[in-house]
Design a protein around this ligand. Structure first.
Ligand code: G3I
Length: 334
């Protein structure tokens, strides 16, 4: 088959084709290793570069898995996107139970961001500094431990600390992203995200926005996606489709991967890649797919998603064979 990054590198304004990975997948010669080297020009850690696996106590870090992922990217000319410095679903227990004052809590977060950005300076091209700070009901700030203990300025603080650490380490090209989901269909949330972004932009602290795009074969529509992404274009920000997968069984109305859904998924991948590829060069960065094989996706039977059935959301099947969705991705690059 044609390799994704080979075709993506030949479009008028090339962009990275990304994959979410786990350290254990990166063994030389593994099915993942072969596909990553052939088809992908960027990687994100699906889990192992978050705060909970890295930070075991205040100032105590377990770098092993994250180092393996970063080293793999650096050794193979593959871009590394850091996901994610601050996320309410990745707070280690020691910080959840932190008994210090709010000011001391903020210093712990500052220390974590500073240490991690310093550790990977020059090795990681971009970071999701804050992930999912907007809520899903009415576009408020999500009421996370960070908001509660650091106050509404916490997002700007985190971006400032990341920027300061990168500059202090001489990494003046580090790209700082804000990352979130469902902004194409949830307009109050979209508005909140762009309020957050405008605030960061006013302080020259943000370089890009991550649109997770955990989509279905029906939603969001082309128009909804274009409206959402174009708000980032007008702000001169880089756009990362950061966690693309496309559910075909979100309503649990099929028990096998029917041809009808296979084709619909192919068309949806094609549509999204086409939209992304049409962006102005200045706004392009990466389009990252959230996992390699259908059977290892976070989605099937996901309690978080209330997904009660199986699903086939990705580009490769359980045998690493390309699916029609992979063909759709390639056609989107035409
Ligand atoms: O591997 C460890 C195991 O050693 C440990 O004993 C166990 C204890 O809980 O955890 C295991 O790690 C699991 C990890 O995935 C394995 O890769 C975690 O439990 C589990 O919570 C983690 O789930 C990830 C989830 O984020 C939470 O970090 C999913 O793989 C990942 O797909 C999902 O991705 C998120 C994005 O980061 C943000 N956007 C939403 C997206 C879907 O939830």
């Amino acid at each position: 088959p044609t390799f994704l990054k080979v075709k993506a590198n030949k479009v008028a304004n090339p962009f990275f084709v990304g994959m979410a990975v786990k350290a254990a997948q990166l063994t030389s010669g593994s099915g993942y290793d072969i596909i990553l080297k052939n088809e992908f020009s960027s990687i994100s850690a699906e889990y192992e570069m978050k705060m909970d696996p890295i930070s075991t106590a205040s100032g105590v870090y377990n770098w092993a898995a994250a180092d393996k992922i970063v080293a793999y990217g650096n050794a193979n000319g593959i871009n590394v996107h850091g996901h994610a410095l601050v996320w309410h679903n990745a707070v280690p227990n020691w910080l959840k139970d932190f008994s210090g004052t709010d000011a001391e809590f903020a210093l712990e977060v500052k220390k974590y961001i500073t240490d991690v950005v310093t550790h990977y300076a020059g090795k990681v091209k971009s970071w999701d500094v804050v992930n999912e700070a907007a809520d899903d009901n009415g576009g408020n700030m999500r009421n996370t431990i960070f908001l509660q203990r650091m106050g509404p300025n916490y997002i700007k603080d985190c971006f400032q600390w990341a920027r300061d650490a990168a500059n202090a380490a001489g990494d003046t090209s580090l790209l700082l992203f804000y990352n979130d989901y469902a902004t194409s269909t949830n307009i109050p949330k979209q508005d909140r995200v762009f309020t957050i972004v405008d605030d960061l932009k006013a302080s020259n602290l943000i370089d890009g926005i991550g649109f997770q795009m955990h989509n279905t074969y029906l939603s969001p529509t082309k128009a909804q996606i274009e409206t959402d992404l174009n708000r980032a274009v007008t702000k001169g920000l880089k756009i990362h489709i950061s966690e693309l997968d496309i559910q075909v069984n979100q309503s649990n109305d099929i028990s096998t991967f029917t041809n009808e859904r296979r084709l619909a998924q192919k068309e949806k991948y094609k549509e999204i890649v086409k939209i992304y590829n049409a962006l102005p060069a200045a706004n392009k960065y990466a389009l990252t797919v959230w996992g390699m094989k259908d059977n290892e996706s976070w989605i099937p039977y996901s309690t978080e998603l209330n997904h009660v059935g199986n699903d086939w959301p990705l580009l490769y099947d359980s045998n690493f064979a390309v699916k029609s969705s992979h063909t759709g991705f390639l056609e989107g690059l035409d």
